[in-house]
Design a binder for this molecule. Sequence first.
Ligand SMILES: NC(=O)c1ccc[n+]([C@@H]2O[C@H](COP(=O)([O-])OP(=O)(O)OC[C@H]3O[C@@H](n4cnc5c(N)ncnc54)[C@H](O)[C@@H]3O)[C@@H](O)[C@H]2O)c1
Length: 281
Amino acid sequence: MITTVGVLGAGQMGNGIAHVFAQYGYRVFLYDISEAQLEKAVNTIRQNLERQARKGAIAESLVGETVGRITATKNMADLAGCDFCVEAVTEHEPLKLDIFRKLDEIVQPGAILASNTSSIPITKIASVTKRPTKVIGMHFMNPVPVMKLVEVIRGHATSDETFSLTAALVAGLEKEMAVSQDYPGFIVNRVLIPMINEAIFALYEGIATAEDIDKGMKLGTNQPMGPLVLADFIGLDTVLAIAGVLYDGFKDPKYRPCPLLVKMVNAGDLGRKSGRGFYTY
Ligand SMILES: NC(=O)c1ccc[n+]([C@@H]2O[C@H](COP(=O)([O-])OP(=O)(O)OC[C@H]3O[C@@H](n4cnc5c(N)ncnc54)[C@H](O)[C@@H]3O)[C@@H](O)[C@H]2O)c1
C-alpha cells in the first residue's frame, strides 16, 4: 500500500505535486538542494490551499492538516522509507540520471520511482537503476492542483504491476490518465512544443507582435491562453529543453528550437519564474 510519497525538486511542479499528494492524505517528503526553493514551495502550497479554502473547494481545516503532512528536506536519505517517489527536478538529462542513480541506492527496493519529465526517455532513466520494472513516467500538468490530466508513460521495462499501481494512484488523486509509449515528448509535448516554437518563430520573423500572436491563437482557436503566454508560464528553459529532446530524439529539422528562444534563455529571461519572458511580470 502506498502511504508515503517522496517528491524530488521543489520548483513549480514539485510544489504542486507535493500539494496534491498531501491534500489526498499521503505523507510527503519534499526534497530539493535549495533551501530557498523548499521554503518558497511550502509557502506557495499554503497560499494555494488557503485560496482553495476561500473558494470553498476544500474545508478550512484541511489547510493546516495538508501542510502538516509535508516534510521539506535537503537530505535525500529522508526519502528512504517512501513507497512511491516522483522526481520533478530541472529538465536536464544528466541531472535526472544522477538523481535516479542516487534515489535507487537510497529508497527501499520495493518502491516505485516515477519521473515527471516532460520529454526525457523513461527507458533511459530506468536503465541507470537496478529496478527498471519499477520506473515509470508520471507527467503532471501545470498547475498541478488545477489540471486534470496526468500523462503516464511506460518505459521499455515498466511492469504491469507498476503501471496498475500508478494508474490507481492517478485515479485516487481524482485525475484523468492518458497513456503514452516512451517516445520523445510523449503525447502532450510532442504536439504542444512545436506549436509554441512556431509561435516564437512567428515573433522572430516579425510576422506579428507577441500580443497579436497570442490573441490570434487564443480567440482564433479557442485556447485558454496564447502560446507565448503559455511558454512564459511553463518556463522558457523548460520549453527549450523539451524542444532539444524532440530535435535530438527524432533528428528531424522540423523540431529545431527557434534562435530567439535560445537567446532569451541565454539572457536569463525564463518567463514568469524570472520575472521576464515574452512579457514582464
Ligand atoms: N513547468 C511546466 O509547465 C512543467 C509541466 C510538466 C512537467 N514539467 C517537468 O517538471 C520538471 C520540473 O520542472 P519545473 O517547471 O518545476 O522546474 P523549476 O525550475 O521550477 O524547478 C526545478 C527544481 O529542481 C531543483 N533542483 C535542481 N537540481 C537539483 C538537484 N540536484 N537535486 C534536487 N533538486 C534540484 C531546483 O532547485 C528547483 O527547485 C521538469 O522535468 C519539467 O520538464 C514542467
